[in-house]
Design a protein around this ligand. Structure first.
Ligand code: XMP
Length: 309
């Protein structure tokens, strides 16, 4: 793939498909949706409506960050706050969780599309997302038509445009760089669309998401120097007996996951120096009060996958 040529072709295609209508794009601030947004903005300018859905499952400070980055690129992002809707999940079943997220997410997008009279939906689905969903590994939230799901089912515009659907992660990064996106976007670690709902095992609640979000910030801060492909925290579904200030503490368990990969199809655990791991453990147990145990995941993909759900 030659990035310049790819951009020219996709801008032309989007222009021709959308014509003089409006298109909606759900922007999470990750590299895939950011690249899709800039491509589409080049093609149709102000007729593109970029929306950031603040679902309460994103990393700390994300809405502000995304708004600011895109403002500098001359693209206005609308933030829709919808924190309650995504916590209607009582199941611990990973696939049910994923499908519930997908339904809530797309129904909301459908409502937004109607509000803005958008006739098209753009999304940053990439080849790995499609392959993993088709192979039955997991239901990636953004794979619809490839699984025979008609966008109409969620009240979405009938036409979904996916300019990145033949690219892998490393190729998307190349296109993002060529489009003039800043390194904090094209060099950023992947983050799944369903956000921390893939990193809270067991019951999903705002409190439990807060625990994993705080731990995740620490993991990202401490491991940034090693530039892993992806690093994050996961909150286990059960607790374990521990001790705080000499007293019994039946505390939460956080797993630290850090992997190396180029396209997320396979991954190996990062060889993090012991001192860095110790510092992460100390910071998490001190700064996230309910946690009394921190583990490091040694499993490659496969037999594991990168995320836990
Ligand atoms: P797994 O866990 O399948 O993840 O090894 C492979 C890559 O995909 C990301 N991921 C997702 N991205 N929607 C996304 O946009 C999803 O539903 C989703 N699930 C996993 C994951 O973070 C990793 O980079």
């Amino acid at each position: 793939m030659e990035a310049k040529k790819f951009i020219e072709e996709k801008v032309k295609e989007i222009k021709e498909t959308v014509g003089d209508k409006r298109a909606l794009v759900a922007l999470s601030g990750g590299v895939d949706s950011s690249t899709t947004t800039v491509l589409a903005h080049r093609a149709i300018g102000k007729r593109l409506i970029p929306v950031f859905i603040d679902d309460g499952l994103m990393r700390a400070g994300e809405a502000r960050r995304v708004k600011d980055i895109f403002k500098k690129l001359g693209i206005k992002v609308r933030v829709v706050i919808a924190r309650r809707e995504f916590f209607n999940v009582t199941t611990a079943d990973p696939e049910v969780k994923r499908r519930k997220f997908r339904r809530t997410f797309y129904r909301m997008l459908g409502r937004i599309a109607r509000r803005y009279k958008a006739k098209f939906l753009l999304q940053g689905t990439i080849l790995t997302d499609i392959e993993e969903t088709k192979r039955g590994v997991k239901t990636q939230h953004n794979v619809l038509e490839q699984m025979g799901i008609k966008p109409k089912r969620f009240g979405l515009p009938p036409v979904v445009i996916e300019p990145l659907k033949d690219l892998r992660k490393d190729e998307v990064r190349e296109v993002a760089r060529e489009l003039g996106l800043p390194p904090e976007i094209y060099d950023r670690m992947p983050f799944p669309g369903p956000g921390f709902s893939t990193r809270v095992l067991g019951k999903l609640s705002p409190q439990r998401v807060n625990i994993v979000r705080k731990a995740n910030t620490i993991v990202e801060e401490e491991l940034a120097q090693f530039k892993p492909f992806q690093a994050f925290a996961v909150l286990m579904g059960d607790r374990a007996t521990g001790m705080k200030k000499g007293k019994r503490h039946y505390g939460n368990i956080i797993v630290v996951r850090s992997v190396e990969s180029t396209d997320a199809r396979t991954a190996t655990p990062s060889q993090i120096p012991w001192e860095a791991l110790q510092k992460i453990q100390q910071r998490i147990c001190t700064e996230v009060r309910s946690v009394s145990r921190v583990l490091y995941d040694l499993t490659p993909k496969e037999p594991a996958t990168i995320e836990y759900i």
